[in-house]
Design a protein. Structure first.
Length: 182
């Protein structure tokens, strides 16, 4: 490829690669690093973290909780076409995979009306509430410490998940724990 100047490549499925591998791809002229499930997984992590905070803060107060995870799982069970061929095992194994699989098949369900209504309720329940720092650190370690709003916490979590790709494309040194690129 020495004579193929000006040609760049596209790398598919770069989700969950370490920063050194991403930097190596960029060095090998993979200028387009496609990522998807890793970022939607971060979205799901943030929402589940916010729901855990909601339960801790409001669960005993008689406030109508969002029920986000239940709404998401209900939507997935009602229409299994986006996940059934990807997950195996008994119902308990499938339930865990629907919520936590790295392939993040739940990404296809966030815009369903019942799931979206639960997300809106979650945000409304937490909006303007003081979230103790220790509670925020338990469920969203890098988010909410700045006193952010629920939507800001979700955006912060996604941005943080995206940093390895951003650093790799900028040629910045990796910051992953113990990472040293050859």
């Amino acid at each position: 490829l020495a004579g193929a100047r000006g040609i760049v490549f596209e790398a598919h499925s770069t989700d969950y690669q370490d920063e050194c591998s991403l930097r190596a791809l960029v060095a090998d002229r993979f200028a387009i690093l496609k990522v998807g499930p890793a970022l939607t997984f971060a979205y799901r992590e943030a929402l589940f973290g916010l729901e855990a905070i909601e339960r801790e803060l409001l669960g005993e107060r008689g406030v109508g909780l969002s029920g986000l995870r239940r709404a998401l799982d209900d939507a997935m069970r009602e229409d299994p076409r986006y996940w059934a061929g990807f997950y195996s095992g008994d119902e308990e194994a499938a339930r865990v995979q629907r919520a936590y699989s790295l392939s993040d098949r739940c990404r296809y369900y966030w815009r369903r009306p019942g799931v979206e209504a639960a997300r809106r309720r979650l945000f409304a329940n937490l909006e303007g509430r003081s979230i103790p720092r220790g509670l925020a650190r338990q469920f969203l370690p890098e988010a909410l410490e700045r006193g952010g709003r629920p939507g800001q916490a979700v955006g912060d979590r996604i941005r943080r998940a995206f940093l390895p790709w951003a650093r790799a494309c900028r040629g910045a040194a990796p910051v992953a724990e113990g990472a040293e690129c050859p």
